[in-house]
Design a protein around this ligand. Structure first.
Ligand code: GLN
Length: 459
């Protein structure tokens, strides 16, 4: 009974309201759709591939007729005019959307403390962050408020919260899933992807939301493999690489030891595992923050109080309207990024920062391309630590940015990556391992995730 399931999720959502995972809940619509589906099942009418799957959607992804706040005051009352392609595809396959989830404002952040509508709490320890920016989506899944969620990942925003909350999170290859209807942060990095309680659900959702879309010229027309079937094949003859640059001082010892348990498990299953080097990796955080802030400063220029969104009252001039609106309705982190991005694009600094960063991006991508000539999967931690305390890093943006150290490189290169839960540390906080593969080889990631899940499943 789908209706029963929706009711039980709605009950949990209300019981765990204090976690602040949702910004809006679609009680009536979800129940009505569940009812319709139950009826269809009863009389044996055909239903879609995701019939009965209850999904939450990050509130930077459009759902027609619903608010699309991006957890920002500047879009607090903005209503979407159309469905994002990913949402449209979910609905076409009879998924039920239960609500919109909280996030860091405009997906900028690693802890969900940057939401204009309050921090999200980690269900494993409510004094800790759930990660970000898709923190609401990860908590909704981890705290049993839905079957799965859509998140967005520009530098780790699906994988890092998935790791902090003990769930699966996949960032697809850039272009695998249409970005149409995803509010732009850094357009050459942004990806929509699934967060779920198991590999199979992750695969089913990816299979549905992937594909070419005429509304997104960067979407790819590569054929879509049957991920949900492929995962069940035993993975054979895959070669794994451990980048030595990823296993240095910054990494928590307990995470490291869990990652090595997985590596031992792979070796005992006759997989070849060897050390590799990705020499330009050390520049990835700097490179990521130069390029994404540049793109963000341009993308966010549209919020000027004129075209749409919030607007201050009685400005003295047009310039006053722009500056007061942006000052009043953007949060601190968003302003910081707009200023950084404007700086790196400014005439005197463009060559030294933006252009150089573009070149470094290519070097980082080349490192990966070279590595994938020899191996199939790169193994790394998803995060350098487990979930940190609320407030612990808010005064130190650099420390906050460093929590993305293992995730940003996949976005710089455009390759797919998954975070898989593999157990807990001594504080009982979830640990995630990250697998990265070559362009459009999500099938390998999901197959390996399924394989690991059977051994290390922590849920
Ligand atoms: N935490 C990273 C940032 O703040 C990544 C964000 C994301 O992937 N949307 O930019």
């Amino acid at each position: 009974m789908i209706t029963k399931k929706v009711e039980s999720y709605l009950q949990t959502i209300s019981e765990k309201k204090h976690l602040n995972a949702f910004l809006e809940i679609f009680t009536d619509e979800a129940l009505q759709k569940a009812h319709e589906l139950d009826k269809k099942f009863q009389i044996g009418e055909p239903t879609g591939k995701l019939a009965g799957l209850i999904i939450a959607v990050k509130d930077n992804i459009s759902i027609k007729g619903k608010r699309l706040t991006c957890a920002s005051k500047i879009l607090e009352n903005f209503i979407s005019l159309y469905n994002a392609t990913a949402v449209e595809k979910l609905l076409n396959e009879d998924a039920i959307i239960i609500g919109k989830t909280n996030l860091d404002e405009f997906a900028m952040g690693s802890s969900n403390e940057n939401s204009a509508f309050g921090v999200v709490k980690n269900p494993f320890d409510e004094e800790r962050v759930p990660g970000g920016s898709s923190g609401g989506s990860a908590v909704a899944v981890a705290a049993n408020m839905c079957d799965a969620a859509l998140g967005s990942d520009t530098g780790g925003s699906i994988r890092q919260p998935a790791a902090f909350c003990g769930v699966y999170g996949l960032k697809p290859t850039y272009g695998r899933v249409s970005r149409f209807g995803l509010v732009a942060f850094a357009s050459s990095f942004d990806c929509i992807g699934p967060i779920a309680k198991d590999t199979e659900t992750t695969a089913r959702i990816l299979e549905v939301i992937s594909g070419y879309d005429e509304n997104d010229s960067t979407s790819s027309n590569q054929p879509i493999p049957k991920y949900s079937e492929l995962i069940k094949e035993t993975p054979v003859k895959l070669k794994f690489g451990i980048p030595k640059e990823f296993f240095n001082e910054g990494l928590d010892e307990e995470i490291k030891s869990k990652i090595f348990d997985v590596i031992e498990f792979l070796k005992s299953n006759s997989f070849e595992v060897k050390e590799i080097s990705l020499p330009y990796l050390e520049y990835s955080i700097a490179d990521y923050y130069l390029l994404t802030t540049a793109e963000a400063s341009s993308n966010l220029s549209r919020y000027d109080g004129v075209k749409y969104g919030s607007r201050v009252h009685e400005p003295l001039s047009i310039k006053d309207l722009y500056t007061k609106t942006r000052d009043e309705y953007f949060g601190t982190e968003v302003k910081r990024r707009i200023m950084l991005g404007t700086f790196v694009l400014s005439a005197g600094y463009y060559d030294a920062y933006y252009l150089k960063a573009q070149k470094v991006r290519r070097l980082i991508q080349n490192d990966f391309i070279k590595a994938f000539n020899e191996i199939d999967v790169i193994i790394s931690p998803t995060t350098p630590t487990t979930a940190f305390k609320i407030g612990e890093k808010t005064d130190n943006p650099l420390a906050m940015y460093l929590s993305d150290i293992y995730t940003t490189s996949a976005n710089l290169a455009g390759i797919p990556a998954i975070s898989i839960p593999i157990g807990f540390d001594s504080k009982n906080l979830p640990i995630g391992i990250q697998f990265m593969s070559n362009f459009f080889r999500e099938d390998i990631l999901l197959k390996m995730s399924y394989f690991i899940e059977k051994k290390f499943n922590s849920n």
